[in-house]
Design a protein. Structure first.
Length: 365
């Protein structure tokens, strides 16, 4: 395996992460990102998540059968486009998780239960997924390398496979110095590319993120190709400024001969609190005038729904796009209203086709 880049605070091997600042700096401090001027690091092992020679993480995981959740989601993706929505919930609050799942479970095909970039304390991914799926809602589980070493990651991935989550979204994760718990020790035993290999070997449908607007812009498609070789199948495209930037990025990936399903992020803004939270996303790029248009409206909530639907429809028309991710979060105490607005966006998109949906059978709960 390649060595970690000198001075990378996340000990990444397959950088850069999505937190590179627009001038090429590191998210943690004033130093430049060591990967920006470095050639794309190539995946050294076989494609498709098989363990690379001499790779202890891959060998420990082994190659397992497809999880039941991965089978269901792959079947759905083969039939139609999907809507995934970020799950608004209060940390360590099972009732809040359940309420958000119930609000979204009709028009949304899966909820993205991510590890918060703000480094708050919350339930482990597998337990959160268990609570959500108890409401009959499919879970696309966020999976960060920030807070757990590879042994703990292997255990979480085994648990997520056992309960049958729809997908596992592998990210390196924001550094703890950028969140609410700078006192927490960052782990980063692996990065997103190695985590993708580990998750695929456990039988998961694996997604990764890529940031087309973040330096090095010209090499972001190449980096995604290496993640795909490691085992990822789906790319969540970070907020990149609208339909055309996503079209260009997908086209460049296709030009490199790679095949993937793309799920671009659609900004979910319904009030000033959700706008402020979205603005905390690393290197956020929104379509020109998007926030102003929503917040200046007489009814910002309705304007936010309309804006999200319009952008989502434009993205869904692109070649290679298999769905959209309604991305954002509420202000404190506004979780229920935010979930209802997300559900309204998904309902207006009209992709959820009843029997074609990804809801769980009783055996999958």
């Amino acid at each position: 395996m390649p060595d970690a880049a000198p001075a990378c605070p996340k000990s990444m091997e397959f950088g850069p992460c999505g937190g590179v600042t627009f001038d090429g700096g590191c998210e943690v401090g004033p130093q430049p990102c060591p990967f920006v001027d470095r050639a794309t690091v190539r995946w050294p092992g076989p494609a498709g998540g098989e363990p690379a020679a001499g790779d202890p993480a891959g060998a420990a995981a082994g190659a397992g059968p497809e999880s039941a959740g991965a089978v269901r989601m792959r079947d759905l993706l083969a039939r139609r486009q999907i809507v995934v929505a970020d799950l608004p919930d209060r940390a360590l609050d099972a009732a809040s998780l359940a309420a958000g799942a119930r609000a979204l479970g009709g028009p949304v095909d899966a909820v993205l239960a991510g590890d918060s970039g703000r480094a708050r304390v919350q339930f482990p991914p597998s337990y959160r997924a268990h609570l959500i799926q108890a409401e009959g809602v499919a879970v696309w589980s966020g999976f960060t390398c920030r807070d757990r070493n590879r042994v703990a990651m292997e255990g979480e991935l085994a648990a997520l496979a056992h309960i049958g989550v729809a997908g596992v979204h592998c990210v390196t994760g924001d550094h703890t110095l950028t969140g609410h718990r700078p006192d927490a020790q960052p782990v980063f035993d692996l990065d997103s590319t190695r985590a993708a290999q580990l998750a695929r070997a456990r039988g998961h449908l694996v997604s990764v993120a890529e940031a087309p607007a973040t330096p090095p812009v010209e090499r972001r498609p190449e980096r995604l190709v290496e993640k795909l070789r490691a085992g990822a199948e789906i790319c969540f495209v970070n907020h990149a400024g609208g339909v055309e930037p996503v079209r260009r990025f997908v086209g460049r990936v296709h030009d490199l001969g790679a095949t993937a399903g793309f799920i671009p992020c659609v900004p979910a803004v319904f009030d000033r609190e959700s706008a402020r939270l979205l603005a905390t996303f690393t290197t956020l790029v929104l379509p020109p005038g998007y926030l102003d248009g929503v917040l200046a409206a007489a009814d910002p909530r309705r304007a936010g729904v309309r804006a999200a639907v319009e952008l989502a429809r434009g993205l869904l028309a692109l070649d290679g796009v298999v769905g959209v991710n309604l991305s954002g979060g509420p202000g404190a105490g506004r979780e229920a209203e935010f979930a209802e607005s997300l559900a309204e966006v998904a309902d207006e998109l009209g992709l959820h086709g009843g029997p074609d949906g990804a809801g769980l059978s009783p055996a999958g709960r």
